[in-house]
Design a protein around this ligand. Structure first.
Ligand code: ATP
Length: 391
């Protein structure tokens, strides 16, 4: 898979504070990646560097093969960036604000009107296009921000906490919008709300203290941490418990059967496996005439995986660790060392480096990023920055 986003040894310091420490990852075309981490982990710093609003101290970041520092304009033409707080033009009407952005993007009139119609439809703001941005609810303002990010049909969407501060209903709406966007764009999205990431992102990158602690799909992270999903079966299996256990252990994909003991007339087993094997276990129960009391699939949520990786939460797997776990929730887990990198995601070749660009005129096309400290809308001559030092 071609890497659309390629980050190599990215480091960013603020004075003596190292906010990002040699971070490397790649994101392929069409991937939807959740960027997770506790407060202060370095998520926003990474996303701001990718969006071209903050230079790295060292290392490189490329979007679609373009260096975010040297080829800033090319990068900005290919990304839609929704920062954490979305400072919109509150005094403009929604469509006026979008027209203004279209002008900044150099769109002609026909394309502007076509795109405005399309993005308003996409974020379901068509009915509110004449409303003042300042009069929109927070959820609708967030959608207006998303509409702005989508306007130039970006290849890559960079979304920093797109649902922060929204109520549950608004979050559900934005989540379903993200699911739609995921089919058309390469997306990197940070969020504190893990079920949201779980619903939208097949792959997650977890950062802690400026370093990548884990990178992979939920299943890969789970496997890396020790396979602790299981099918729980409680049934009347007759006197030969050992035989019942052996039968369940013969199911392809079951790595271990834990005898949890007898509960009244029912024998309780946990079948450790990485995929849901309830049907196979149920088929054995039916064939043997076992009266079932429970047949459930229990697997850790992303929240629990995250807690183990980022916070070192939990305890070891042995059979006792499976007690008390709820269906579709985590068994408790072994403490995880934070520093070692768990790289499980797909890897793609790094884009070739481009030669340094000459002096350019830079327009800040995005008025959101107040922290970038640039003069909005006003062209500014800048020297092409020195290429970042690669270690
Ligand atoms: P949050 O989830 O709270 O938004 P984050 O993972 O996005 O956190 P960053 O905002 O990237 O984290 O910050 C990483 C670290 O860098 C934090 O310790 C933060 O205090 C520090 N930091 C960020 N911006 C600046 C700045 N402009 N000056 C000094 N330190 C900063």
């Amino acid at each position: 898979m071609r890497a659309v986003i390629s980050v190599q040894q990215l480091t960013r310091t603020y004075g003596a504070h190292v906010a990002l420490d040699s971070v490397s990852f790649e994101i392929g075309k069409g991937e939807v990646v959740g960027f997770l981490g506790p407060n202060g982990a370095g998520k926003t710093t990474t996303l701001r560097i990718l969006a071209g609003y903050l230079p790295p101290t060292s290392g490189t970041a490329r979007v679609a093969g373009f260096d975010v520092v040297r080829d800033s304009i090319e990068v900005r033409q290919r990304i839609g960036y929704l920062p954490e707080s979305v400072p919109l033009y509150r005094e403009l009407r929604v469509e006026e604000m979008l027209r203004f952005h279209a002008r900044l993007h150099g769109m002609d009139r026909a394309r502007t009107e076509r795109r405005i119609g399309a993005v308003l439809e996409q974020v379901q703001l068509t009915e509110r296009r004449r409303d003042l941005v300042g009069n929109l609810s927070r959820g609708l303002r967030q959608r207006a921000g998303l509409a702005t990010a989508l306007l130039p049909e970006p290849e890559v969407l960079i979304l920093d906490e797109p649902t922060s501060g929204l109520d549950p209903i608004q979050r559900i709406e934005v989540r379903s919008l993200l699911q739609q966007l995921a089919s058309h764009h390469t997306v990197i999205v940070s969020s504190h709300i893990l079920p949201e990431i779980e619903a939208v992102c097949p792959r997650v990158i977890i950062v802690t203290k400026g370093r990548i602690a884990a990178d992979g799909t939920r299943e890969q992270l789970l496997k890396q941490l020790g396979d602790r999903s299981y099918v729980r079966l409680e049934a009347v299996v007759g006197p030969d418990v050992a035989k019942a256990k052996a039968l369940l252990g013969s199911i392809a994909g079951v790595s271990e059967v834990l005898d949890k003991g007898r509960l009244g007339i029912h024998q309780c087993f946990d079948l450790v496996c990485s995929t849901d094997l309830r049907e196979d276990a149920g088929a054995i129960a039916a064939a043997r005439g076992w009266a079932l009391r429970e047949l459930s699939w229990r697997t850790p949520s992303l929240e629990q995986i995250f807690a183990r990786i980022a916070l070192g939460d939990g305890e070891a797997l042995p059979s006792s660790a499976l007690d008390g776990a709820q269906p579709a929730q985590a068994a408790s887990a072994a403490p995880v060392e934070l520093s070692p990198l768990v790289t499980l995601g797909p890897t793609t070749p790094t884009m070739p480096a481009k030669p340094p660009a000459p002096t350019k005129i830079v327009y800040n096309l995005n008025p959101f990023d107040a922290g970038a400290g640039r003069d909005l809308g006003k062209p500014k001559a800048v020297d092409a920055p020195k290429p970042p030092t690669n270690p």
